[in-house]
Design a protein around this ligand. Structure first.
Ligand SMILES: Nc1ncnc2c1ncn2[C@@H]1O[C@H](COP(=O)(O)OP(=O)(O)OP(=O)(O)O)[C@@H](O)[C@H]1O
Ligand SMILES: [Mg+2]
Length: 394
């Protein structure tokens, strides 16, 4: 920017100086008095000096600009390359170090369990049967010849608690939680994504008992625009190989996955022994909404006169994330008033009602899209619970 300014003003000055030269020579030609010649000579010397100085500045500035740009672009390229290299190194060292993990494959010990999850009673019971009990009593399960270790695929609209209940499952089973965003596993380097998938299983094994959670699993097969069909197939196969060769319950590692686009999940991943159990995570029911509001009320100064049950009734069809947002926005109203100079006051029922007027549920478009997909792919029976909810939508 600075370089540009100097260049423009230099151009103008060079023009003015050239005109001065021309004018001086013309004057010399017409008036050949010795006095005037002396003055003309003086002007020529001053102008020529100034001209040379400006020319030097102009030249070095544009050269400096070019040099700076080249250096900056080399440094930028180098930084990007270093970042990628570091990421790949971290992945490798995460599995190499005993029991520890890199930041790429984070291992967490959740401090929440099923008691923190509002509602979802049936989902909790299904997870208990499929994951927690086999985890706690593997010998009994094998004694009675029960098939265990099936992965569970959680699906449903955004912000309704898929990740939350997966973390709570780990807390409930007193296990480590490995939250693997599938999009983070994907690498443009040939073979690296497959390696990352393999390493995730190794990290899970080293941190047993553990729950390995594949979030956004649909992106393995669905991002066909960004990935070639061949690449996408190889990744699904890499995951299948790991799942098939993995003796989860014996290893004390159990597998969960989640998606908002279950119709995009490769059907090979949903066969028996893999993610064969599909569990729909619906928007919170009245009881769950009330529990969530009560939970949030404990963290904010909400007036005891607020009828939370009435607010919960008014928020049918909202996601858990929507409810959190409503409480945040209701708190903003007395906060703004207090900043403007008024006294601080608790959050009132009228604040909630004002927010509700302008904030509809964010997940209705997801249900409309879901219905279209189920009809288009003719998979209403596979996603029975979702179909029950959406079949009446126009
Ligand atoms: N049953 C619940 N009880 C209390 N809070 C919940 C419950 N479910 C979700 N929440 C809260 O709602 C928010 C959104 O939940 P979460 O991130 O698990 O949704 P998600 O289904 O994984 O969304 P996405 O599809 O966008 O990943 C979280 O902050 C979580 O704390
Ligand atoms: Mg999530």
């Amino acid at each position: 920017m600075g370089g540009c300014k100097i260049k423009k003003s230099t151009g103008k000055l060079v023009t003015v100086l050239s005109l001065t030269f021309l004018l001086t020579f013309l004057l010399l030609y017409y008036f050949e008095t010795s006095d005037f010649k002396l003055i003309a000579l003086f002007i020529i010397i001053i102008s020529a000096g100034a001209f040379l100085v400006l020319l030097t500045i102009h030249y070095t500035t544009s050269q400096q600009d070019k040099l700076m740009n080249t250096v900056a672009s080399i440094l930028y390229d180098k930084a990007i390359a270093l970042e990628e290299e570091q990421k790949q190194r971290k992945i490798a060292s995460g599995t190499a170090s005993e029991g520890k993990s890199s930041s790429f494959i984070p291992v967490d010990k959740p401090d929440i369990d099923f008691s923190n999850v509002g509602g979802l009673g049936r989902v909790k019971e299904e997870i208990r049967k499929a994951i927690i009990y086999p985890f706690e009593h593997p010998k009994l399960y094998s004694l009675y010849g029960k098939r265990i270790g099936e992965g569970i695929l959680l699906y449903g609209p955004p912000g309704c608690g898929k990740t939350f209940i997966a973390r709570a499952t780990a807390g409930e089973a007193n296990a480590s939680f490995i939250n693997l965003k599938v999009t983070d596993v994907l690498s443009k380097w040939v073979g690296q994504s497959e390696k990352n998938i393999n390493e995730a299983f190794q990290v899970a094994s080293k941190n047993k008992p553990s729950i390995l959670f594949f979030d956004e699993i649909d992106s393995l097969g669905s991002k066909r625009g960004e990935m070639s069909q061949d690449h996408s197939n190889r990744l699904v196969n890499a995951l299948l190989t790991e799942l098939d060769g993995f003796e989860g319950p014996k290893e004390k590692v159990l597998i969960l996955a989640a998606t908002n686009e279950p119709w995009h999940v490769d059907s090979a991943l949903k066969r028996p022994g893999r993610f064969s159990k599909l569990l729909f995570i619906p928007p919170p029911d009245l009881k769950a909404r009330l529990e969530i509001f009560k939970l949030l009320a404990g963290k904010k100064p909400i007036s005891h006169l607020v009828d939370l049950k009435m607010i919960a009734k008014k928020t049918a069809g909202y996601s858990c994330a929507d409810l959190e947002q409503i409480v945040e926005e209701a708190a903003d109203i007395p906060l703004k008033e207090a900043i403007r100079g008024g006294k601080s006051r608790p959050i009132r029922e009228s604040d909630f009602l004002m927010v509700l007027k302008r904030r509809p549920s964010s997940i209705q478009p997801w249900f409309r899209h879901g219905k279209q997909q189920l009809v288009l792919r003719n998979c209403q029976s596979e996603f029975r619970e979702l179909w029950k909810l959406v079949k009446k939508i126009n």
